[in-house]
Each structure stands twice: as C-alpha cells, then as structure tokens.
Design a protein around this ligand. Structure first.
Ligand SMILES: Cc1cc2nc3c(=O)[nH]c(=O)nc-3n(C[C@H](O)[C@H](O)[C@H](O)COP(=O)(O)OP(=O)(O)OC[C@H]3O[C@@H](n4cnc5c(N)ncnc54)[C@H](O)[C@@H]3O)c2cc1C
Length: 397
C-alpha cells in the first residue's frame, strides 16, 4: 500500500518495521528452519512478542497511556499490510494480532483497574496471551445462540460449555469468554468473562485443524470452571454489545492482512513469470499470463484504496458499519482470486505443499469464513444500503 499523505513518522515506522522483518525475523526463521505448519514453541512466540514490544510495534495502535503510539487506523492498515507481505511466517505476532493486544480492542474501556492489572497490562507487555471465545459447535453466524453457561455462585461464576475454533487458544493464557448469564434475555443475557486457561475444569481439544495446517486454533471445553465474579467485563448482560462494538473495525482490520498476503503472492508471481522459461522464453511474454497479472494488480489496487478510504472515514469518527462489511466481502473474495491466479501462473510449483503461493492460497480461502462469512457481510451491506434508501425516501416525502 502507498501512504496517502506526505512523508511523516509513518514512513519512518515502516522503514524500521521493514528492517526488523527482513534483517531479524525472517533470518531467525530461516536459521531455525521454521515451516508454516510447525508447532512453534511458546517461548519462541513470546520472544517475538517481547522483541516487538521493545521495538514499539506490539500494540502500536493502543493509546499512549497504555504503551502504544495511538496511531490512526490508516497507518495501522499500512503496517499490517507490510507485515503480511513480508514473507515472515510469524508475521501475525509482530503487531499483536494473534494472542496479543489486538484481541483486547475496545474491552479496555470496560475493564476494571484490577482487570487492567491482571490481564490487560500483561497482554500489552507481551507477558500473557489472550484469545476471544464466542463460537460454539452449534453457534457460528448466529452468535447470539451460544449456550455456554455462567451461573453465579457467591463471588464466583461457574462456567460450563464448549467453545469451537478459537484462534490463538493454543498459546493463550486467558480467554475472553462469551457466556449466557440469563437464558431468558437473548443477546442481552450474554456476559463476557476473563477465564484463565490454566484453572481446573478447562481443557483444550485440538481435533479441528484448519486447512492451513497451522497450530493456532483449538476448542476450549469448560467443565464447572470457577471464575471470580471480579473477572466479569462490564456489567452482566453487556457481553454481546461489547463484542459487537468493535466488530466493524475488526472486519476492516482483517483486510490489510489479506492485501499483504495477496501482494506477496503477486510479487512471487511476477518474479516467477520472468524466470520460468517455456517454448524458448519467459512465460511473462504470453499475453494470457500478462492479463492474469494485470487483473491481479488491478484488484489489489482497488482493495487497498477501498480499505484506506474506509480507515480514513473511521479515523474521522464516521460510522463504517456498511463500508467495513463491503471491505471484508470485497477484499476477501478478490484476494482469494489473486491467490488462485498466482497458483495458476506457478503451474506445478504453485500446487506444491508449503510453497509460499500455495500456503497463501489456503490462508486466503479461510478469510471468506472467519469474522463473519461473505454471506453475513452481504446481509450487513444490504441492511445498511436499504435502510439508507428508506431514510432518504422519508426525507424526500
Ligand atoms: C480458522 C478459524 C478461526 C476462527 N477463530 C475464531 C475465534 O478466535 N473466536 C471465535 O469466537 N470464533 C472463531 N471462528 C469461528 C468463526 O467466527 C465462524 O466459523 C464464523 O462465524 C461462521 O460460523 P460457522 O462456521 O459456524 O458457519 P455457519 O454460521 O454455520 O454458516 C454456514 C453457511 O451458512 C451461511 N449462513 C449462515 N447464516 C446465514 C444467513 N443469515 N444468511 C445467509 N447465509 C447464512 C454462512 O454464510 C455459511 O456459508 C474461527 C473460525 C475459523 C475457521
């Protein structure tokens, strides 16, 4: 992505980030012989968190009072694109996306001083990992239909239930867990609790392996887990609202990661098209290849401009509910098409297990499901567009 404003501290930040990625992280991964599907040791992940914290990248979007730099979303999008495009295998750990400060989001506003001290600050410092547990085996898009119960017992809640496909749970210490505290109240009966993952009654189940083969997601099973009532985030019944509060920004912030991955795929493709020779010359001289590359670059440009424009709206304090869903829908579908073309141009190399382009193809496919499927994004866009039309018609009447 190109920065849309004049040279500023974001350019300095991007240079420093680029140096860390290419001179430290990528060489470290090569030295350790890391593969995409390895089970990374917890200590390795934590050392990346700590180093990125030291360099000021980890949680960089947080307000300065919490140790971040309070950078605008437009700048965060540029940095997220850069880390994903870098080729580093551990890239989601650099800014704190997997198990780090990005999971906390607007929860900070609802956390008590005691919760800030026990959970928020250690996560921000890279000393503790955190995950967000909403989905259950029977409850995906219809998130308000969760059944995990938290029953009040004196100054504790007793939590019982099953959370499904929870990212970063394999290396998290605590889960922000959505539970039903009032089964009669629908979404208003859902509450959010910090649940440590090392207490009696918590078990992780690793049966669901995503198509990327990465060891990141697991199911979390809670069997009569006693959680102090002091771990309740906000008031009882606030959980669903708290979770939904940041959903638009979360959807938007997945986009630069997809764009960065697609950019990496395009870079590999251009390089390969120049190097690979068939019928007496490089395949880049075939118009069929040139057109695919042109379509890839055009789609990438549309995606990045759309995301930066939406981030700029959010930075101005505008409501981006509809636009964030448009971005998540459009970017996840276009970036997957870019990865598909990259595989095509790479021929047999592109379908070879764990080639970067093959891995990116699998990784980008998942984004059409996670954080709201494409169908759910279309529902949100349609609702926004149709209700805007109704209110314009009412104004005209
Ligand atoms: C790799 C990965 C990581 C994940 N990480 C987390 C995490 O960290 N925390 C967490 O809580 N969850 C996580 N999830 C769960 C994820 O949020 C859900 O998979 C997602 O919300 C979709 O739910 P579902 O898979 O149950 O699909 P379903 O909701 O069962 O949908 C099945 C199909 O029906 C369609 N559909 C459903 N409802 C509608 C409707 N109203 N209109 C039109 N079509 C509809 C869907 O679009 C889809 O095509 C993760 C999932 C994956 C795969």
């Amino acid at each position: 992505m190109q920065a849309i404003h004049p040279p500023s501290s974001i350019d300095t930040l991007r240079e420093a980030l680029g140096r860390y990625l290419q001179e430290e992280l990528v060489p470290l991964e090569r030295q350790l012989g890391l593969g995409y599907e390895d089970r990374f040791p917890r200590e390795l992940i934590r050392s990346v968190w700590r180093r990125c914290r030291e360099l000021g990248f980890y949680g960089i979007h947080l307000p300065e009072a919490l140790g971040g730099r309070g950078i605008p979303l437009t700048d965060l999008c540029l940095l997220k694109d850069d880390v994903a495009a870098s080729g580093a295998i551990l890239f989601p750990h650099v800014l704190g996306d997997w198990g780090g400060p990005s999971r906390i989001g607007s929860l900070v506003q609802h956390a008590t001083p005691d919760q800030v001290e026990r959970f928020v600050t250690p996560v921000i410092r890279g000393e503790m990992g955190i995950c967000f547990a909403m989905t259950e085996p029977h409850s995906g898009s219809d998130a308000a239909s969760i059944r995990t119960r938290a029953v009040r017992d004196g100054d504790h809640f007793v939590v019982t239930g099953h959370k499904h496909y929870i990212s970063a749970s394999t290396f998290a210490d605590v889960a922000i867990t959505m539970c039903v505290t009032d089964p009669e109240a629908g979404a208003k009966g859902i509450s959010a609790l910090f649940v440590p993952l090392d207490v009696p009654g918590v078990r992780l189940d690793y049966d669901c392996v995503p198509m990327t083969g990465q060891f990141v997601d697991a199911d979390i099973l809670f069997d009569q887990v006693r959680v102090p009532a002091a771990n309740l985030i906000g008031a009882e019944g606030d959980g669903f609202r708290i979770a939904m509060d940041r959903i638009s920004v979360n959807r938007l912030l997945h986009c630069p990661t997809m764009i960065g991955l697609a950019r990496q795929a395009l870079r590999h493709t251009i390089d390969y098209a120049h190097r690979r020779r068939q019928f007496g010359g490089p395949i880049s001289r075939f118009q069929a290849i040139q057109h695919m590359v042109a379509d890839m670059a055009t789609a990438l440009y549309a995606c990045e401009q759309m995301v930066l424009a939406t981030a700029a709206r959010a930075d101005r304090g505008e409501d981006i509910r509809t636009q964030a869903s448009m971005c998540k829908l459009f970017v996840s579908e276009r970036c997957f098409e870019i990865a598909d073309k990259a595989v095509q141009i790479h021929g047999n190399v592109g379908v070879t297990r764990n080639h970067p382009v093959e891995f990116i193809f699998r990784r980008l496919r998942m984004y059409r499901i996670v954080t709201g499927t494409s169908e759910i994004q279309r529902n949100t866009v349609a609702k926004g567009v149709l209700s805007a039309d109704v209110s314009r018609a009412a104004e005209r009447a």
